[in-house]
Design a protein around this ligand. Structure first.
Ligand code: THU
Length: 156
């Protein structure tokens, strides 16, 4: 088996205005991060099917494992406030030392699983926009971030 993952690598100017705005919001939301321990400020912005946009940032705790990443903060908030509205796109950005990362920020394993769970819940994949100041990665659907994934279908 040879699993290949399609990733579009592009520049900000090449994106549609709506996607640029989603990235702008993810970048702005890094300012709301509470990350005194890692000093790594992550912001995310989710676009919902009806045009609603929800943002979130990483929130840390002195008991490190009790912290939550920006992606999960955002998706769980979106899903709890708008339980009937699919998420169609998710943008993520991060800054450290006062500047955005050169390379795109890629979600941790737990967040990939939650992105997949949101897609499964609504039966709709999302466009995942990973921002880096040098380039942006676009990935269509969490399965590309999480090959051989567990989505619960095996339990049925
Ligand atoms: N973090 C995120 O919020 N999202 C990611 O995609 C990677 C990591 C957070 C978790 C922790 O607060 C800090 O960044 C360092 O790992």
């Amino acid at each position: 088996m040879d699993i290949r993952i399609p990733v579009s690598v592009c520049q900000y100017d090449e994106l549609a205005k709506q996607e640029q705005e989603l990235i702008d919001l993810a970048k702005a939301t890094t300012q709301k991060s509470y990350s005194p321990y890692s000093r790594f400020s992550v912001g995310a912005a989710a676009l919902l099917a009806d045009g609603t946009v929800v943002t979130g940032s990483n929130q840390e705790n002195a008991a490190f494992p009790s912290s939550t990443c920006a992606e999960r903060t955002t998706l769980f908030y979106a899903n709890s406030q708008y339980p009937d509205t699919p998420v169609t796109a998710l943008a993520i950005a991060a800054q450290t030392g006062g500047k955005f990362t050169d390379a795109p920020i890629t979600p941790c394993g737990a967040c990939r699983q939650v992105i997949l769970g949101t897609e499964t819940r609504f039966g709709q994949t999302m466009r995942i926009l990973l921002y880096g100041s040098k380039e942006i990665y676009i990935i269509n659907g969490a399965r590309s971030l999480l090959p051989l994934s567990f989505d619960g279908s095996e339990m049925e």
